[in-house]
Design a protein around this ligand. Sequence first.
Ligand code: PMP
Length: 438
Amino acid sequence: MTHDPAGLHARHQAVLPSWLSLYYERPLELTHGEGRHVWDAEGNRYLDFFGGILTTMTAHALPEVTKAVSDQAGRIIHTSTLYLSRPMVDLAERIAALSGIPDARVFFTTSGTEANDAALLLATTHRRSNQILAMRNSYHGRSFSTVGITGNQSWSPTSLSPLQTLYVHGGVRSRGPYAELSDGAYIAACVDDLEDMLQQTAGGVAALIAEPVQGVGGFTMPPDGLYAAFREVLARHGILWISDEVQTGWGRTGDHFWGWQAHADNGPPDMLTFAKGIGNGMSIGGVVARAEVMNSLSANSISTFGGSPVTMAAGLANLGYLLEHDLQGNARRVGGLLIERLRAVAAGLDLVREVRGRGLMIGIELVRPGTDERSPEAASLVLEAARERGLLIGKGGQGGASLRIAPPMTLTVAEAEEGADLLADALRTAQGRLAAPA
Ligand code: PMP
């Protein structure tokens, strides 16, 4: 096989939409992977600290998943929800039991976008309202309905939404009037803001949707208990709480299996949505909801690809591996070490404003050295410098100034240390370049 990444890039640009953003000045073409490593078309090997935005949950080319997929593909790939499917029922039962939601029902989709879209359909139908509360700086998908609840405006291309959305405080507070408050005072201020907003709405609001840790928003960490406090207000108004667990599910945050558990000791959300990692790269998304909410659609529905036996087989094998090998515990231990190590690196660098993280979900906010100004330029420089050193990371967040680190959850201590060293070197190089006169 001949590889010509530059030629492929030109062909990509000629035939694909301009708004499908690509990383790197010379975009990468990945050809294969193993464990925590991937290789590009030029034969370069990289330590993968981003996993394709958290889709590689356990490891690249995990033999258990590969075998499950190929065995199922060799038997039958026929899809559609018109017939009974053993892998779909098996995975739904496992997810329902793990969800923490009582009397749970599971609907499978093929992406996080479609999962949130389904959750919105359920919530608006159940509550007979198209009013939705979402968080500032949130991201929930790219479809017509989900861009309408995405508070991060650079990912929301149209204001013509079928939903009436109100954006609530609480997702991010690194700057502005809330920055100086204690966690308790901040939560109280956010609750006041929510109550105030509800008083101004004419009819009943259908739901609040929130990511427990904002993903595209830069891995921002709201204080523990924020959504527990919100939940009390929501319950008083009969408003549903949807936890978007597309990035935070399956133990990635270390201390908890779901992100909502860091927030709510007073009970689970009414619905949660999932996607990304569960299929280890195979396209699985879905919604878990109480039966009363899930079954509120009266018209018939069908999904051709949601719950396809091949993706379900991947999900079952991947989830089995994750639980058997306690990858949540690994995320807590190795993620904890990595966060400590990165904080030590950051202490000597003006470029870094903050290292924040839970488990293997770590954000690093960058500023122009010597200022408090977010620096997307620094983030791009570090991304490129890390790649030159054989490390793949992500970026995002407000102003595109945060780095995002979310390696496969089988990450070893040695790999965490190697990655931290490579990143430290990339950060120092970027800081040097930014400090040099233009
Ligand atoms: N919700 C969250 C929190 C996400 O991070 C994403 C994807 N980045 C989505 C929803 C949409 O998922 P998908 O790209 O699979 O449609």
